[in-house]
Structures are given as structure tokens and as C-alpha cells.
Design a protein around this ligand. Sequence first.
Ligand code: NAP
Length: 259
Amino acid sequence: MLTPITGRSVIVTGASKGIGKGIAKIFCQNGGKVLVVSRNLTEAEACAAELRRNGGTARGYAADVTSIRDMQMLADTAASAHGGIDILCANAGIFPQAKIEDLSAEDWDHVMATNLKGTFLAIKACLPHLKKSDQGRVVLTSSITGPITGFPGWSHYGATKAGQLGFMRTACIELAKYGITINAILPGNILTGGLMALGPEYERSTAASIPLKKLGTVEDIGFAALFLASKEAAYITGQTIVVDGGQTLPESVDALAQA
Ligand code: NAP
């Protein structure tokens, strides 16, 4: 059993819905004081209100991870509202699909700014506060797409998700002297509103390609994040955990069919 994170100050970016909301829920259930961040204040506050109704300690906050000013104000707000920052879950991300022939330079920059630069900016802004924590933790939401797999239309997205891991491997060395760990979760296909918007056929064919024959839940990612943020994970840094139901393992369609 993990030591509860009672009273720990947690920031989850991109937490108004999807995986971030699942992470916020699991951290609230385990005693964290969670700042729920998204650009849309109404949605962030609605999520925080739902978490409070279920017994958690949570507040909504509007900020754009592409803005260093927003990230600095976010860090200061979390520190004054919750007495510091112990855990940063850099989760906000977007995944618009466009094949290379149709992908514009602007679309490329937007995805880079949100997923990759946004990760850096959130960490940079929170670092002065994380340094003061006796158990500083950074948990990144990367993806199997990019670090392990590819999917047509997601070259730019995959580049950001692989880029997060390249960033992490130097960050873990720089942050170690402050006792801060940084690790990444690589989700497979997780059932979120964004993924459902890709349509039932995407969901059906994806489930068929997964050894566990189902998509993951946002709570599956929340539990992995909770472990990486726990006291018990103190000696793990610069590492990745794949949470994908075994999706990346079959060598071929036949490998699944023969099981
Ligand atoms: P989602 O349901 O679309 O939620 C995205 C969240 O990020 C929302 O709260 C959104 O709120 C916020 N957001 C987007 N741009 C932002 C910005 N510039 N600044 C602050 N917040 C921003 O997405 P998801 O599927 O949960 O994905 C979350 C993370 O998991 C992403 O990093 C994604 O790459 C990763 N992931 C997802 C899957 C999957 O199967 N769903 C698989 C692998 C990895 P606002 O729009 O109001 O800002």
C-alpha cells in the first residue's frame, strides 16, 4: 500500500476533462490538494466542484500552458492557495490529426507549443516551489505514439511526445540535486471524450488490436501517476511507464490471432 499524499499540493494541467481529470480524481481520493488547470475557467471550476462534491480538495484555475506568464501566475497561485507545490502533473496536450502533406507550419508550431514547450514552461514556473518541497515530483503525460509507435496524421504529435522524453532525460539529472523526480507515463488508447470523437470504428478497431481487448480508463493513468508521485517511488527518476493493455507488444496481427 502506498503512503497517502495527504495534504500534498498538486497541479494537474489539462485537468478539466479526459486523462487529466482522471489524474485529479485519483490524487483527490488519496488526500492531495489539487489545482485543476485548463484554458476554460468554467470547465476547470466545474471539474473542481465535482471533485469537492466527492470529498476532495480542489480548485479550478484558468491558464494556457503555452504562456510563461500564465504558468508563473499558476505556480504562484498554487503555492499561496495550497502552501507550496509538491507534485506537478504536466498533462495538457492536443492531438489534431493532419497528414504531412496537409500539415501546415502553423499547425506544427501550435502542437509543439502546447505539448512540448508547454511541458517545459510548466516545469520551469513550478521549479522554485518544487525545490522547497521535501518530496518534489513531476509526472509527464507522454504517449505510446511517438516514443514507440506511429499513426498517420500524428507525425507532429508523435514528435512532441517523444520530445517530452528527451527533455525528461536531462531534466531528471538537473532536478535530482533538489530531490525532485521526473517520470513519464505513456498511455495507449484511453477512453476520453477526445478519443471518442474519433468515432466508434476507431474505438472498435483499436480495442481489437489490444491484448486486453479494451481501451484504458482515465483512472488507469491516474493510478500510475499516483505511484510515480508517491513516497515509495522516491528512487525512480527519468523513467517511463507504458499503460496500454499490451497494445505495443504483438509482433503482428497473427500474434494476436494465435493467442
Ligand atoms: P482531452 O480530453 O482533449 O483533454 C485535454 C485537456 O487539456 C483539457 O482539459 C484541455 O482544456 C486542456 N488543454 C488543452 N490545451 C491546453 C493549453 N494550451 N493550456 C492548458 N490546458 C490545455 O485530452 P486527453 O485525451 O485527456 O489527453 C491528455 C493528455 O494525454 C495529452 O497530453 C495527450 O497527448 C495524452 N494522451 C492521451 C491519450 C488518449 O488515449 N486519450 C493517449 C496517449 C496520450 P482546455 O481546452 O479548456 O484548455
